[in-house]
Every structure is written in structure tokens, then in C-alpha cells.
Design a protein around this ligand. Structure first.
Ligand code: SGN
Ligand code: CA
Length: 513
């Protein structure tokens, strides 16, 4: 038996070395890494993902030089938790950061940057991180406090002090990133995380982008007037464009009453004058129209889209600056560039903005990656991957060991070799129970079906037949003909909960709603 074990172990070593050798050409220097993480930037807002109305030429450059992942998802569709998953390669229940409202991120825990550092990398995080406290594993950081501000934002330095910088946040984050790249030790590989605030609420564009999309009329999504029949959990939210979105706070019509502070207060006089000129004219026109009901809801939708896409314009432009920087400094051939959002976002689907639900638009994230010499340019992949996989992928690319308690898997085996298969099902768990009123839930999704268990605010099951109902409007849980599928999905869910050791979900699963 001992001999058999020894031989099996030997075969395993040979096999894993083979995979490693397939993933990375043997003699290349360690690749540099740039990860650009935006906030709330939906895949459906990107031309590489099929948006025909707007152009994102620079994000598309990454797709042309590398891979566009069409089935990339997050484990918990909310900002801080998603970044915690990206950093640690572990689900929220393992890294401890379950929600933005009550969780505290423990920076002393393991993360990919610490491994890269010990592996000889210089590391930096610049911009939004949304995990309060002092990040560990980074040689340099310069961070937005909390959500940060679009105009003249504060940045927290390594000494803990805040400094206000004049300008528009997306440009400033790129400026600081390039300054760090200029000053780095060019004898060592680097890993730079560029954390953008765009396109987070309240979608405030750079002054140069005001009105950029005014000539477009955006098509109202087919399920904009969703009545949430058969889906009690979807009916409970507070994130509709019609009811929740604020005229002053969100849409910048400042003479309307506002729940929160409108986001113009940090602007300098020159910025404010441009803001007033642009939004003032829209407000005057709106007042002359006296819109109500559906006409007002659709006016809000059009304004939301114009602000959202104009905010994304600066994001794409600054991604272009980063790609140009890498090319100009001849770094592009040995730098992995990843573009992703912290989660997806609703652009009017189901009548919503915001995220949180395990439904497609918020569950899924854009994810594009270039890795010259390893990933074939212009590849599209329909492998199911998660933000959980970023940390192990980076360690794999750097030729470093992946800690056994990281729950994600390296994407390199199947990105480098088409014959290798990724995961078959996705496990999701969302916890927050406050703003926007989305009930906590967990669930499993395969390519064909999605089964969700809501708890706390709403207690219910939902099942979607994704091939027949891709926009997830018909809950078929308990419907005739779905008994076997439901049973199989429940078994798969139970298995994933055990595999990822989600004790809380295990208890809830045992109790019927
Ligand atoms: C803020 C926003 C919410 C948003 C959360 C989480 N409200 O609280 O609309 O859902 O952030 O976003 S706001 O009035 O402050 O704009 S996340 O991206 O940080 O997760
Ligand atoms: Ca976010």
C-alpha cells in the first residue's frame, strides 16, 4: 500500500508539473500584473460584450489582445465583500467580510498580495478599496476613504493622512497609478490594483463628458415594468428607477427635494458653473413638460442612462491611458491586464438600478484578461468563473504556490488549454439586510438553471429555467415537471455548501421556508 501511495504521489507531482508547464512558458520572467477594478460597471454597458449603442474602445482592446469571459460571476454582489473575495480567494463567510454595513475586514489575514510580495513582487493598491483599515501586503497604497468622491476627492496615504486632490476622481486614480509605476524599482515584477470609483451611484460624469450621450435614446428594457409576479423576493426591494431613484440626489435636478446630499458640494466654482449650465438647462426643460406616471419613469431612465454612460466614458478613457502607458514603456508584452467590476448592475432591467440579487445582471461581472504568450488574442470563453478565482490565478501566473485554503481555482489551465474544463456550478451568498431592502439569499446556478433560497426578509425558494426564461421573470419552483431538476439542484446546493463550509447556509437549508 505504501508503494502504491508513493507511486500515486509521484504521478500527481508529474501531472501538476505538466499543468504548470502548460500554463506558463518555462523561461519567461515573472509577469507584471495590472488589475483594474471598477465599481458597478455592468457587462451590458460594454461594447465588447455586445452593447451596440455605446463604445468602450479601450476595454475592448483588452478583449482583442486576450480573453473575454462571458460567464464570470461574483460570490456576493456588493462592493466591499467582492473586493475582500478578490483579495483573499475566499467566500465572505471565510474572509469575514459579509456586508458593507456591519462587517470589519481583518487585514491581517492571508491575501494574494502578501504571497506576491514574498515572491519578489512590488505591490500597490490605488483608488477605491472600500475595506476600511490599513491594507497589508502592499508596498504602496493611496486610497479613497469609503466610497470616495467624484470631484476633488480625498486620498488616504500610507501615513493615514487624507489629502484632497483637485480634479476628477477617475483621472486622478490613473495619474497616481502612473506616478507609482514611474517610481517603482524596475528590476522587480509588479502588481498594481487600480480601484476606480466609476460607475458608482450617483453617476456623476467628468465635466468634459457632460452631455456626451444626449443625442441617444436608450431602449427601455423589455422587463422595465416587471410586476414581479411569482417572485415575492423580487417585489420587496427598494431599488426601482420609478420609486427609489431621487430626482435631486441621483438625477441632479437640484430644485427637487432630496433625501440625501446632492453630490455637487465638493465642486470648485469652475466645475460647478459647468454643472449648473448643463443640468440647469435639463431641469428647465423638464419643468416645462410636467411629466407624471410612465412618462416620468422613462424620463428618469433616460437621464440615468445618460449619466451612467457619461461616467463610464472617463473610465474607459483612463483604461486606455493605462494600456498606452504599458505599451509606451514596453511593458505590455509581459504584463497581465485584468479588467473587471466588483459586481454587475441593473440598467433598468426589472425596473431597477443597483445590484445585490443573484439574478443575472448583478450576479455577473465583466471580466477581461490579456496575458501575452499564454492567452490567445481575441478568445471568448464560456467557462464559469468567479471573482473567487482571481487570487489563485494571479499566484499561478506568478509561479507561486496556491494556499490550500483559498477556495477559488486558477483559470490558467483552461485559458491556456481549451481541453480543460472549469466549474459546473456557481455558489452565491448575499447577506446585507438594509439599504435597498433586498432579502439575504444563497443559491446555486448551472448553465441551465438557477435555484435561490431567500431568508430573513423574505422566506422563499425561486427556480429559473434559464434557457426558456433568460430574463428570470418566471419562478417555476414547485411547478409540475421541475421536480427532478429541483431535487438535483438541491443536492448540488447541499454539496457546494459543504464544500465551501458555509455553516450558516447549512442550517437555513435544513429549515423549510
Ligand atoms: C451606497 C449607495 C447605494 C449602494 C451602496 C453599495 N447609496 O450606500 O445605492 O447600493 O452604496 O454600493 S448612496 O446614497 O451612498 O449612493 S457598493 O458598490 O459600495 O457596494
Ligand atoms: Ca460596487
Amino acid at each position: 500500500l505504501q508503494n502504491a501511495c508513493r507511486i500515486a504521489g509521484f504521478i500527481l507531482v508529474i501531472f501538476s508539473q505538466n499543468i504548470q508547464a502548460q500554463n506558463l512558458p518555462a523561461k519567461r520572467p515573472k509577469p507584471n500584473i495590472v488589475i483594474i477594478i471598477s465599481d458597478d460597471h455592468a457587462f451590458q454597458a460594454i461594447s465588447a460584450y455586445g452593447n451596440k449603442l455605446v463604445k468602450t474602445p479601450n476595454i475592448d482592446r483588452i478583449a482583442q489582445k486576450g480573453v473575454r469571459l462571458d460567464k464570470a460571476y461574483v460570490t456576493n454582489s456588493i462592493c466591499g465583500p467582492s473586493r475582500a473575495v478578490i483579495l483573499t480567494g475566499k467566500y465572505s463567510h471565510k474572509n469575514g467580510f459579509k456586508d458593507n454595513e456591519t462587517s470589519q475586514f481583518d487585514h491581517s489575514q492571508d491575501n494574494f498580495a502578501k504571497h506576491l510580495q514574498t515572491g519578489g513582487y512590488q505591490t500597490a493598491w490605488i483608488g477605491k478599496i472600500h475595506l476600511a483599515g490599513k491594507p497589508e501586503g502592499f508596498n504602496f497604497f493611496n486610497l479613497l476613504p469609503d466610497q470616495g468622491s467624484y470631484y476633488n476627492p480625498e486620498f488616504i496615504g500610507m501615513d493615514g493622512k487624507s489629502i484632497r486632490k483637485e480634479g476628477y476622481v477617475t483621472n486622478l486614480i490613473e495619474d497616481i497609478s502612473e506616478e507609482w509605476l514611474d517610481l517603482r524599482d524596475s528590476n522587480k515584477p509588479f502588481c498594481l490594483v487600480v480601484g476606480h470609483k466609476a460607475t458608482h451611484r450617483t453617476w456623476l460624469p467628468d465635466t468634459v463628458d457632460f452631455g456626451r450621450y444626449d443625442s441617444l435614446t436608450f431602449p427601455v428594457p423589455v422587463n422595465f415594468y416587471d410586476q414581479y409576479k411569482t417572485r415575492s423576493a423580487a417585489a420587496v426591494q427598494d431599488m426601482s428607477i420609478d420609486k427609489t431613484m431621487q430626482m435631486a440626489y441621483d438625477l441632479k435636478m437640484l430644485s427637487y427635494s432630496s433625501k440625501g446630499e446632492p453630490t455637487v458640494n465638493r465642486m470648485n466654482p469652475a466645475q460647478r458653473a459647468k454643472f449648473d449650465a448643463y443640468y440647469g438647462a435639463i431641469e428647465a426643460d423638464l419643468k416645462s413638460k410636467n411629466l407624471t406616471g410612465k412618462a416620468l419613469a422613462e424620463w428618469k431612465f433616460q437621464r440615468y442612462m445618460k449619466d451612467y454612460y457619461s461616467t463610464a466614458e472617463s473610465l474607459d478613457r483612463n483604461i486606455g491611458r493605462m494600456l498606452d502607458y504599458l505599451e509606451k514603456h514596453e511593458l505590455d508584452q509581459n504584463t497581465i491586464v485584468i479588467y473587471m467590476s466588483d459586481q454587475g448592475f441593473y440598467l433598468g432591467e426589472h425596473g431597477w438600478f443597483d445590484k445585490r440579487f443573484m439574478y443575472e445582471e448583478s450576479f455577473r461581472t465583466p471580466l477581461l484578461m490579456q496575458f501575452p504568450g499564454v492567452i490567445k488574442p481575441g478568445t471568448n470563453s464560456s467557462q464559469m468563473v468567479m471573482n473567487l478565482d482571481i487570487a489563485p490565478t494571479l499566484l499561478d501566473a506568478a509561479g507561486l504556490a496556491i494556499p490550500s485554503d483559498m477556495q477559488g481555482k486558477s483559470m490558467l489551465p483552461f485559458l491556456a488549454n481549451k481541453a480543460v474544463k472549469g466549474r459546473e456550478a456557481l455558489y452565491y451568498h448575499y447577506y446585507e439586510n438594509g439599504e435597498h431592502s433586498v432579502s439575504p439569499h444563497f443559491g446555486v446556478s448551472t448553465k441551465d438553471y438557477k435555484l435561490i433560497r431567500f431568508y430573513k426578509r423574505v422566506n422563499s425558494w425561486e427556480l429559473f429555467d434559464l434557457n426558456k426564461d433568460p430574463s428570470e421573470e418566471s419562478n417555476v419552483y414547485g411547478k409540475k415537471g421541475y421536480e427532478k431538476t429541483t431535487l438535483a439542484l438541491k443536492q448540488q446546493l447541499t454539496k457546494l455548501i459543504a464544500e465551501y463550509d458555509d455553516k450558516e447556509a447549512k442550517v437555513i437549508l435544513r429549515s423549510e421556508p
